[in-house]
Design a protein around this ligand. Structure first.
Ligand SMILES: [Zn+2]
Length: 139
């Protein structure tokens, strides 16, 4: 489960603190505030639905999406059906991706070698960033 942001002080330093009415409760370690979020599989925030569908379109497999976002591949398959998302056929670009902290991302961008010869996007992922880079298949 991705890091939860405290609605009161915006800290992401929260710990699980029981389940109430099918909602996961968290306690903020900074200010002590208790808050609940929808459990994964019940109601996932639109934020993660969009992230999952973005990854799917970029050619990331259902299993990899499950591993990256902690969302069941069954949920992702259901969204793909529900929103009728289609991946362009014969995608000759192969995505590779890294999950980086802000500092790691800055270091990565600082190295000009990393920026050469490929397309890439950076997308926010919880409190980290995901960098997706494409390289063309050689055929
Ligand atoms: Zn807090």
């Amino acid at each position: 489960m991705p890091a939860q942001k405290c609605p009161k002080c915006e800290s992401t330093d929260a710990v699980r603190n029981g389940v109430i009415n099918d909602r996961q409760r968290f306690r903020c370690r900074q200010c002590g505030y208790n808050f609940t979020v929808d459990k994964v599989g019940k109601g996932i925030s639109t934020y993660y639905v969009i992230k999952a569908l973005q990854l799917y379109i970029e050619g990331v497999s259902f299993r990899e999406i499950e591993r990256l976002l902690g969302i069941s591949h069954v949920s992702v398959m259901n969204w793909v059906k529900k929103y009728q998302v289609k991946v362009p056929e014969k995608n000759t670009y192969h995505p590779t991706y890294k999950i980086l902290s802000h500092k790691e991302l800055a270091d990565f961008m600082n190295d000009r070698q990393n920026m050469a010869g490929a397309g890439m996007i950076v997308t926010e992922l919880g409190d980290k960033f995901m960098l997706i880079k494409w390289e063309r298949f050689r055929d």
